[in-house]
Design a protein around this ligand. Sequence first.
Ligand SMILES: *[C@@H]1O[C@H](CO)[C@@H](O)[C@H](O)[C@H]1NC(C)=O
Ligand SMILES: *[C@@H]1O[C@H](CO)[C@@H](O)[C@H](O)[C@H]1NC(C)=O
Ligand SMILES: *[C@@H]1O[C@H](CO)[C@@H](O)[C@H](O)[C@H]1NC(C)=O
Ligand SMILES: *[C@@H]1O[C@H](CO)[C@@H](O)[C@H](O)[C@H]1NC(C)=O
Ligand SMILES: *[C@@H]1O[C@H](CO)[C@@H](O)[C@H](O)[C@H]1NC(C)=O
Ligand SMILES: *[C@@H]1O[C@H](CO)[C@@H](O)[C@H](O)[C@H]1NC(C)=O
Length: 306
Amino acid sequence: MGLSAKGQQSHRVAIFAAIFILMTLLILYGSNNINDPVYAPFHVATNHTIKATDLKKWSGKDGYVPVHGNKNMTLLCHNCALVTSSSHVLGSGAGEDIDRAECVIRMNDAPTLGFEPDVGNRTTLRVVAHSSVFRVVRRPNDFLRHVDANAAVIFWGPPNKFGKDAKGTLNRLIQRVGMTYANLSCFSVAPNKMRRFDNLFHRETGRDRQQSHSWLSTGWFTMVIAIEVCDNIKVYGMVPPNHCGKKPGSKKLPYHYYKPRGSDECLTYIQNESGRRGNHHRFITEKQVFARWAKQYNITFLHPKW
Ligand SMILES: *[C@@H]1O[C@H](CO)[C@@H](O)[C@H](O)[C@H]1NC(C)=O
Ligand SMILES: *[C@@H]1O[C@H](CO)[C@@H](O)[C@H](O)[C@H]1NC(C)=O
Ligand SMILES: *[C@@H]1O[C@H](CO)[C@@H](O)[C@H](O)[C@H]1NC(C)=O
Ligand SMILES: *[C@@H]1O[C@H](CO)[C@@H](O)[C@H](O)[C@H]1NC(C)=O
Ligand SMILES: *[C@@H]1O[C@H](CO)[C@@H](O)[C@H](O)[C@H]1NC(C)=O
Ligand SMILES: *[C@@H]1O[C@H](CO)[C@@H](O)[C@H](O)[C@H]1NC(C)=O
């Protein structure tokens, strides 16, 4: 009898313990949802005062090293169209407007072929990430041959991949591109300039890029280069920083206009913005910075307009 009473008691204790653990988990989970939402955004440091950098003066163009020969990066334009790779450009009918710009800037392997009515058919400058080099080189007709007479390509990537001392396949590949398309001015971003892009991110967000596990996007490089090169910039297809809200799912559109079945734009932005482990793009934070730059330089956003 005594034994069974004891057994009943320990049984009761076990049930109470189980309930207690369950409640604790529920409370923790609940408060987690309030204070630290699943999609906790990457925060611009709160005590950070932005020291505006004059991007028109910050560098000098020696930050771009010719891939072949001794060309200098001398591209200068009054009016530029910066065509993003976002599927917001689809259906815009902006192609002719884009082609009327003095210089047309594109990113990575974003094609024009088949999308001309929305993205136009000229390219003056293409900014290419190390991770996109293969895709660009594989289709030279689309990306390297049919370009404006003064066209340039700027490759960016970690200094160990590009540059005079780099030994990798990627470096050999872009050197061959530089030799083959002698009319095209090919540059890579110099190691010290890569650091300046990092420092700029730090100054504008208050967060050290590496310590905050952030990767800069091709959009970041392209926007800065566009400001260096152009007096006026029209940006096509870039959403404002608050476009996606806090939870993905409400607005579904492909991340890239040329990959209709690819990942969702807002999902990609929000997941990257909240990514903690590993390195992530901070697409939304970058756009907050772009919104500030838009007031300082002549930048207008179209499709969507903001
Ligand atoms: C304020 O910013 C500085 C560097 O900009 C940083 O070292 C410090 O930890 C920040 N303080 C708080 C309370 O966030
Ligand atoms: C590039 O710029 C450097 C320094 O300004 C100059 O010495 C050199 O002649 C230029 N090269 C070309 C091909 O214009
Ligand atoms: C593309 O190029 C052709 C010929 O260069 C031009 O006539 C056409 O209007 C261009 N623009 C678009 C949006 O297709
Ligand atoms: C390269 O430029 C030269 C002179 O500007 C021109 O005559 C030639 O046709 C161009 N070659 C190509 C492949 O565009
Ligand atoms: C972050 O963005 C890249 C595109 O640049 C994408 O491939 C990747 O899946 C995204 N990461 C997350 C966690 O969504
Ligand atoms: C903005 O555009 C005007 C007119 O084209 C130009 O004079 C001015 O220098 C530009 N401002 C900047 C900051 O580039």
